[in-house]
Design a binder for this molecule. Structure first.
Ligand code: 4AD
Ligand code: MG
Length: 480
């Protein structure tokens, strides 16, 4: 057996000294031909490994370079140096993997996030990305824990589908037909997808919701957590072409139950990360504070990262209707002084991210749940309100991010749903399986989707969504 080692995190948490230990990890730096800063990814903190002068062969020491992978054994002793309580006094050092110092792109200095994005395969080995992806991992675990504790069934909905769940999404097509013009054609010249792999045209899913609804009509409480794909040409700090979404769907919930679930859920997972990733979050808070200092005063966030998270878990989200939000926006000085790119002049407009951010960052200064949107700007499956104009939709808006959750109570009334589908030109015959849930034992139900990366952005304070997913996919980029 080779893997007999202690993780750096465990060694640093333990105050004991004078015992033998073996560590393995990657060299962050090597000072004075004597002090190795070793990191194994278990924590952002490095273990100091001391190679006492004269005890090691020069040929070994030459290979202790930034990026190299080593195994070191020796005594854990009290550290004389500053910044750590214990260190490893090495009696043996073995090189597991060399790293050519001339060529290794990461140097023991600050690199820009843009540069690190180009070497996403190596950025895991930096402090910032170490912290980000440990927090991402914790949030993912907390999501499963939250739903598991509440008796939800984790449902795997398909990645390849024949349906367009949102009725509007731009989708990536999935096909095995040749692209060189030789694909089989119908009489009218269009591609004959009957000849395609699935015997029909298919795409990558934009949401697991519709399949999730089917499962909720049997298990009552389900959630999905998987990748979703949108081929929208959005080059923003909040959009990815491939992102992960969590979609709970709950039988017998109405819109208010849905909001309560979403708020409890968000607070729970933030609290989990605060308890389990204290050092990582403190590191990220520090990083963000430095980034903020570069900005002009009026653009700086009012709260630091820790303060913001603390505030969010300890305060109620502000709840208001779309109609109330429009009134606030319309009457705002910001609107009167024409500072919005899209002026707010009438009820019915779709809210732009500048409007959402005004509400959360300037007006309420806390997360906001907006509900009861005009039916014209929302999906066909949302439950129609008695006013004939709005649907039982809800979006949660977060400071610094904008929309983080989108959801609704679903239209469970067969006739109304069918009529809405017709109005919105959604082919009912292709959605027969979905309509079956309304034909056979339908019931009031509701659900929502949380964009996982936007949540990770919120908790880590990272400005660009491309820096919170290991290998981001966005227009003109699918490297790695
Ligand atoms: O608001 P959306 O489009 O809602 C749905 O897909 C529903 N089917 C959810 C449901 O009711 N089950 O997307 C939900 C969330 C958004 O609020 C946002 O956080 C995230 O998914 N999202 C994206 N995240 C990153 N990149 C993109 N291109 C995203 N599009 C949506
Ligand atoms: Mg939405």
């Amino acid at each position: 057996m080779f893997n007999i080692r202690t993780k750096v995190k465990a060694l640093l948490l333990n105050d004991a000294t004078n015992y033998e230990a073996t560590v393995m990890g990657w060299v962050r730096s090597f000072r004075n031909n004597q002090f190795i800063a070793l990191n194994d990814g278990s924590t952002n903190d490095n273990l100091q490994v001391v190679a006492t002068l004269g005890n090691f062969d020069e040929t070994i020491l030459k290979r202790v370079t930034t990026g190299a992978c080593i195994k070191a054994s020796g005594q854990i002793v009290a550290s004389l140096g500053k910044g750590q309580k214990v260190e490893l006094l090495a009696s043996s050092i073995e090189i597991l993997g060399d790293s050519d110092a001339e060529k290794f792109p990461l140097q023991p200095k600050k690199h820009s996030l843009e540069f690190l994005r180009e070497i996403a395969h190596l950025r895991f080995r930096t402090n910032t990305f170490g912290a980000v992806f440990r927090v991402r991992n914790s949030l993912a675990f907390a999501i499963h824990k939250f739903f598991n504790e509440r008796g939800f069934v984790y449902m795997h909905t398909p990645i390849i589908t024949g349906s367009d769940a949102e009725g509007a999404g731009e989708m990536f097509q999935v096909t095995t037909l040749p692209l060189d013009g030789s694909a089989p054609k119908n009489d009218d010249g269009s591609i004959n997808f009957k000849e395609d792999f699935f015997g029909r045209s298919t795409n990558l899913t934009v949401s697991g919701q519709l399949e999730g609804e089917l499962a909720a009509m049997a298990f009552s409480d389900i959630y999905t957590f998987g990748p979703t794909f949108r081929a929208e040409n959005s080059n923003t700090t909040r959009h990815l072409a491939e992102f992960w979404m969590i979609e709970p769907e709950v039988a017998f919930n109405d819109l208010e139950d849905n909001m309560n679930l979403a708020e409890d859920f968000i607070k729970y997972i933030i609290r989990y990360a605060m308890e389990h990733n204290k050092e990582d979050l403190e590191f990220l808070a520090q990083r963000l504070a430095e980034e903020e200092k570069q900005k002009p005063q009026q653009e700086r966030a009012e709260m630091g990262l820790m303060e913001k998270l603390e505030f969010v878990v300890n305060n109620n989200f502000e709840r208001l209707t779309y109609t109330e939000a429009i009134e606030i926006l319309k009457d705002s000085n910001h609107n009167k002084k024409k500072k919005f790119q899209y002026p707010v002049d009438k009820w019915g407009i779709d809210l732009q991210s500048e409007h959402e951010r005004y509400l959360v960052e300037k007006h309420f200064k806390k997360p906001v749940i907006l509900s009861n949107y005009p039916k014209e700007i929302k999906a066909f499956y949302m439950r129609q309100n008695d006013d004939g104009k709005t649907v039982a939709a809800m979006d949660i808006l977060a400071p610094g991010i904008g929309e983080i959750v989108g959801g609704s109570q679903r239209e469970e009334r067969y006739d109304l749903l069918l009529k809405r589908m017709e109005e919105m030109h959604i082919p009912a015959e292709e959605m027969d399986w979905f309509l079956d849930t309304r034909r056979f034992g339908g019931c009031p139900h509701a659900g929502f989707g949380l964009g996982f990366e936007r949540m990770v952005q919120f908790v880590t304070g990272m400005t660009n969504i491309r820096d919170v997913i290991p290998f981001p996919r966005y227009p003109k980029n699918a490297a790695f």
